[in-house]
Design a protein around this ligand. Structure first.
Ligand code: CO
Length: 140
């Protein structure tokens, strides 16, 4: 992965707290494949921008703003995973592809993808039709 953005950090922190109840520097570093010193630096920036409160011995706590944005980023990630899965992207490619595109799409595009996912969910027959077209094109 390229150098993680502030959004990558916030997304990772939100997910860790959601799943484990806390986010340690070592866990953040491992998930983003960066050196712990980079994590510490970004945590200071996120603290300064009021996404979280960092206390050396108590760890970090997301502020209301941090929670709201973090949730939005995690929801976006999940939506894109769902979308790529629906259109037939192979399981082993999904996570990396989502990491690659999620920060580059406008919220306009995200909303349109959300609508498309909903469109497919409303009638499973639509997904079957899509899969049939894919098989047809693959066999050409
Ligand atoms: Co992500």
């Amino acid at each position: 992965m390229a150098t993680p953005s502030m959004e990558d950090y916030l997304e990772r922190i939100y997910r860790l707290i959601d799943e484990k109840g806390y986010a340690r520097v070592s866990d953040i570093a491992e998930g983003l494949d960066v050196h712990p010193s980079s994590v510490t630096k970004m945590i200071q920036k996120l603290d300064k921008d009021e996404y979280l409160i960092y206390e050396k011995y108590r760890g970090l706590v997301l502020t209301a703003k941090g929670k709201r944005i973090g949730k939005r980023l995690v929801d976006r990630h999940k939506l894109l995973e769902q979308f790529l899965g629906m259109i037939g992207v192979r399981e082993e490619n999904i996570y990396r592809d989502v990491e690659g595109i999620e920060h580059h799409l406008s919220w306009d595009s995200i909303t349109c993808i959300e609508t498309l996912v909903e469109y497919f969910k409303r009638d499973p027959k639509r997904l079957e039709d899509l899969a049939a077209v894919r098989r047809e094109l693959e066999s050409e």
